[in-house]
Design a protein around this ligand. Structure first.
Ligand SMILES: *Cc1c(COP(=O)(O)O)cnc(C)c1O
Length: 388
């Protein structure tokens, strides 16, 4: 652990002749050469070096190097958004006729990719339920090439057993791709269980202050090679400025995640039994249905708590409108506590059946527990619940 904390702070792009302590911003579209011959050699891959910031940039490379270290990955590529990372991990490795086996509770836009966009190119999918591992194997066909999961899921906080998936993917020779956005490498490293690629929306905990968008894919070098080729020519590159912000943020990731988890656990414990609530969900609450699995594969429970307010949509909106400190917005992983009503916002495009299947009821509230004083967070949520 201490090694990870040190690397997240100390891995840095090579110092310039100015001897700066903190890494400078390399806001440049392209890079120069000493001679026509050097330009030729760099383009021909005979000499290492940056060419163009759509391919690589020192700020982006620093971020990728740190994330590879944290996720125990061989190589990686950084993207403009989490969705470009999710999309490219599929588009660059799959072809017409291929099939993806996905956990049912995936991020809203990932669901749109699987159901509306990739089918136009002949890529199909099946959904499997996180809590029914016995069903997964029967959904694998000769066309299946990839397993794609999110654990914990957004917003249902459903966990999928990574050890089980590692065995399944080895048995059937499939690629295992894990969206590790909610846990971050501080709480779980899917590569330990056999994941081939780990995907991140860096917009969330990696930035941690709700400022910039970003995405990452890290994993096996041979797969990243394909992803890099695809990305070089399709252009989802992360901007150097955003990479600079995100790399700085990684310096405090471990500290922030510890505090997010501590606040979230205490909030969940306090809210359990509140008369306005049907249920409180947090992976490290002993009452949580997947508590044992959470303890097995995560170091702590994460920074997201969800609960279901009695009285459905009306009660949920009255609760949200009564908040004084927490912000109404759709981001998460911020220093500021954020409250979201998934059914009417982030997951409003899902049909009633899809919402039911992924546990998104009208009373469901997602709280991204921030780093304000815990007492202030609890007081705000309790006073708003008292008005329901
Ligand atoms: C937010 C999110 C994404 C998409 O990331 P963007 O940076 O918003 O494009 C993907 N997966 C999960 C689990 C997310 O929470």
């Amino acid at each position: 652990m201490s090694d990870i904390e040190t690397k997240a702070i100390r891995l840095q792009a090579k110092r310039s002749h100015n001897r700066e302590h903190s890494v400078p911003l390399y806001l440049t579209s392209s890079f120069t050469y000493e001679s026509a011959e050097q330009a030729r050699a760099v383009f021909a891959d005979e000499e290492p070096g940056n060419i163009y910031s759509r391919f690589s940039n020192p700020n982006v490379d620093e971020l990728v190097e740190k994330m590879c270290y944290l996720e125990k990955a061989e190589d990686g590529f950084a993207f403009a958004t989490g969705m470009s990372a999710v999309f490219t991990s599929m588009a660059s490795l799959l072809s017409a006729g291929d099939h993806v086996l996905a956990g049912r509770a995936v991020f809203g836009s990932t669901h749109q990719l699987l159901t509306s966009i990739l089918p136009r190119w002949g890529i199909t999918h099946s959904y499997a339920d996180a809590n029914k591992p016995e069903d997964w194997e029967a959904l694998i066909t000769p066309q299946t090439k990839m397993i794609l999961v999110e654990t914990p899921s957004n917003p249902g906080l459903e966990l999928i057993d990574l050890e089980f998936l590692g065995e399944l993917k080895r048995k059937h020779n499939l690629l295992l791709v894990v969206d590790n956005c909610f846990a971050t490498p501080i709480l779980q490293t899917p590569i330990d269980f056999g994941a081939d690629l780990v995907v991140h929306s860096a917009t969330k905990y990696i930035d941690g202050q709700g400022r910039v968008l970003g995405g990452m894919v890290v994993g096996k070098a041979e797969l990243i090679k394909e992803i890099r080729f695809f990305s070089r020519h399709t252009g989802p590159a992360l901007s150097p400025f955003n990479a600079w912000v995100l790399s700085k943020s990684l310096e405090t990731l471990s500290l922030r995640i510890d505090k997010h988890c501590e606040n979230a656990l205490k909030l969940a414990q306090t809210l359990e039994g509140n008369p306005a609530l049907e249920v409180v969900n947090y992976p490290f609450l002993p009452s949580y249905p997947q508590y044992e699995l959470a303890k097995k594969q995560m170091k702590q429970g994460g920074g997201i708590v969800t609960f279901v307010v009695k009285g459905g949509y009306e009660a949920a909106t009255r609760f949200i409108d009564s908040l004084k400190l927490a912000t109404i917005t759709s981001n998460l992983g911020d220093t500021r506590t954020i409250v979201t009503h998934p059914a009417s916002t982030t997951h409003s495009k899902l049909s009633a059946e899809e919402k039911a299947a992924t546990g998104i009821s009208e009373g469901l509230i997602r709280v991204s527990v921030g780093l304000e004083s815990l007492q202030d967070i609890i007081e705000d949520i309790e006073q708003a619940l008292a008005k329901v």
